[in-house]
Ligand binder design. Structure first.
Ligand code: NI
Length: 137
């Protein structure tokens, strides 16, 4: 069976601060650099959601992209865009909002809403050069 990966890109701006409260300020600065700035800072996040599976014989689709767009907008963009992730998104109340952790949170939000037969991968760019990939493993 031919399996095809369909992908949709989206974008959100969000602020964050990376900080481990068990550490001294000096150690936080050493490890997280500018991302530990106590006054927060923003990133232009680029999100790519990839869904892999067989082509449905009746539609010719792997997944209806209108539906994927709707899910991404409602579950991710409406929740994250122009927000302070540490203070306004419940999942990060006690979780450092690194790109790694954000990708896992996004995957966990989307997974229940996409057909179980389809493989889901989240790719998240925090900067044009730094990005992470999470496939649920
Ligand atoms: Ni940062």
């Amino acid at each position: 069976m031919n399996k095809v990966t369909v992908c949709r890109k989206a974008h959100f701006n969000a602020a964050h601060k990376l900080y481990n409260s068990d550490w001294t300020d000096a150690r936080n600065t050493l490890v997280f650099g500018k991302c530990s700035n106590p006054n927060f800072h923003g990133h232009n996040y680029e999100l790519i959601v990839s869904v892999k599976g067989p082509i449905h014989p009746e539609t010719g689709f792997v997944m209806d992209m209108k539906e994927l767009k709707k899910i991404m907008n409602e579950e991710i963009i409406d929740v994250f865009d122009h927000k302070n992730l540490n203070e306004e998104v419940a999942e990060f109340e006690n979780l450092n909002p690194t790109a790694e952790n954000i990708s896992v949170v996004i995957w966990n939000k989307l997974r229940p809403l996409i057909d179980k037969k389809l493989e889901l991968t989240v790719t998240l760019y925090e900067t044009p050069r730094n990005f992470v990939i999470f496939s649920g493993e």
